[in-house]
Design a protein around this ligand. Structure first.
Ligand SMILES: Cc1ncc(COP(=O)(O)O)c(C=O)c1O
Length: 442
């Protein structure tokens, strides 16, 4: 539908066609954000009341959505002996980790800081796996001292470092090796990780040396095989190709006498950001992968991040100013920016932007933030409800790689975050203060 058509439709028809045009109901209803009486809400809480109570910009997360996504994931792979380790990097808020851990998942952490967060959230160390292409000796020590389930090593040098640190501590480290399967998954180039051009994992040519290290270095025990081919991967065939390679490595390790317990195929499962490009359902991945992974005599590990959190949160922002330039271009200047959500600038990613209160008409406009960068935008040339100054907009799909990538650039304060559960909303992160901006400066 063309933008101009919106202007000539009645209010109800506009709302209906707006929904159809954006296929909004499909995105919203399944993720517990929906319109009631013309106002957007999260579960049964009106977003406008949250803005009044907690201010903007504000991250709003649906607890039921988090739990629902995790359960959907578990249902898809229920026939496999498996262990799902939520990839904390997607959204590391303690309340998010706690919510998911209570549902039974473990955690995949990528640094000492994420390990600290998972432990602070109450996750038992033997349910945490530790990744990272560049773990420092301090981080390796932290993992070993706390007793994480395993460290996933990504190079010969790292294996030697793990052996050194474990030796110093008088321990034998439980290790998985991350293989680079050299599969180029079709996704944004910044989030493909299983290709030999990238820095991640150990490539096939080095495996002989790696197996040799486990024979000669006394403080290493090979417990798992691991891969992660990237993020937001729509085609299950990439997983099939990479899993086949990891299965070949499993066969070789067994021939060499290693007793592999964990077979980790990583995360990367997709979600819908743009209703015009719906994500492949998780069941399609299970259909392809379960037959390959059955009866292997190992526990399969999955590391979903985005799949669980992306559509569970919105970024709520207030329109500060409307502006129209000499060329007739419309701007909504809002109080959130790339410091809260850098994905459009970094990955050219699409986020739906909805007015919290439905209006009778719409405009074609850019939705931009207050940061002094031209890449500070949420939407460009988008049909948007004709919200006025002071009105609220919601940037959808802001639950993964959003708040965690936030920054203080331009002296911005990190926003507050709330979690909604039914008709209740609780603060899960306070808004930063000016004082906190300078607290570490001496
Ligand atoms: C090793 C590893 N595991 C899991 C993930 C989670 O990926 P996603 O959020 O796409 O599921 C990532 C993300 O980059 C990763 O690097």
């Amino acid at each position: 539908m063309q933008a101009w058509m919106f202007f000539v439709l009645s209010r109800n028809a506009i709302i209906e066609s707006f929904h159809q045009h954006h296929n909004i109901s499909a995105v919203l209803d399944s993720h517990l954000f929906s319109y009631a009486d013309g106002a957007l809400r999260c579960e049964s809480v009106a977003l406008a009341t949250l803005a009044d109570r907690f201010g903007t910009p504000l991250y709003v997360t649906s607890r039921q959505s988090l739990v629902g996504q995790f359960r959907d994931f578990e249902a898809a792979f229920s026939t496999l002996p498996h262990f799902t380790c939520y990839s904390v990097k997607a959204n590391f808020n303690l309340s998010v980790i706690r919510t998911l851990a209570a549902e039974g998942c473990g955690c995949d952490v990528n640094s000492g800081g994420e390990l600290y967060r998972a432990l602070r959230a109450g996750v038992s160390p033997d349910r945490i796996i530790m990744a990272g292409v560049g773990k420092s000796e301090q981080e390796i020590e932290y993992g070993l001292v706390t007793g994480v389930l395993m460290l996933k090593a990504e190079s010969v040098s790292e294996l030697k470092a793990i052996d050194r640190v474990a030796g110093r501590l008088g321990k034998v480290a439980s290790v998985a090796i991350r293989i680079n399967p050299n599969v180029t998954a079709e996704t944004h180039p910044y989030i493909t990780t299983g290709d030999s051009k990238e820095k991640f994992g150990i490539d096939e040519a080095e495996l002989g040396e790696v197996f040799g290290l486990f024979r000669t270095l006394p403080h290493l025990s090979l417990q798992g095989l691991d891969m992660h081919i990237g993020s937001q991967i729509f085609d299950p065939e990439y997983y099939v190709a990479a899993t086949q390679k990891l299965l070949d490595v499993l066969a070789t390790s067994r021939l060499l006498g290693f007793d592999i317990k964990w077979f980790d195929i990583g995360g990367g499962f997709p979600v819908t950001y743009d209703p015009q490009k719906p994500a492949t359902p998780i069941a399609r991945f299970a259909e392809k992968l379960v037959p390959m992974l059955e009866g292997l005599g190992v526990t399969v590990i999955f590391e979903p991040g985005r799949f669980i959190t992306a559509n569970s949160s919105v970024l709520l922002t207030r329109v500060l100013y409307r502006k129209r330039n000499h060329a007739g271009k419309e701007f909504f200047i809002v109080d959130a920016g790339m410091t809260e959500l850098i994905r459009p600038a970094l990955y050219q990613s699409h986020h739906e932007v909805l007015s919290v209160r439905l209006h009778d008409d719409s405009v074609v406009a850019d939705v931009v933030g207050p940061i002094c960068e031209s890449s500070d935008f949420f939407a460009r040339q988008r049909v948007i409800d004709n919200a006025g100054e002071g009105d609220l907009l919601a940037v959808l799909s802001s639950g993964a790689y959003a708040s965690v990538m936030g920054s203080n650039y331009n002296g911005r304060l990190r926003p507050a975050e709330v979690m909604v559960d039914g008709s209740e909303a609780v603060l899960m992160r306070r808004r930063e203060s000016y004082e906190q901006l300078v607290q570490n400066e001496v």
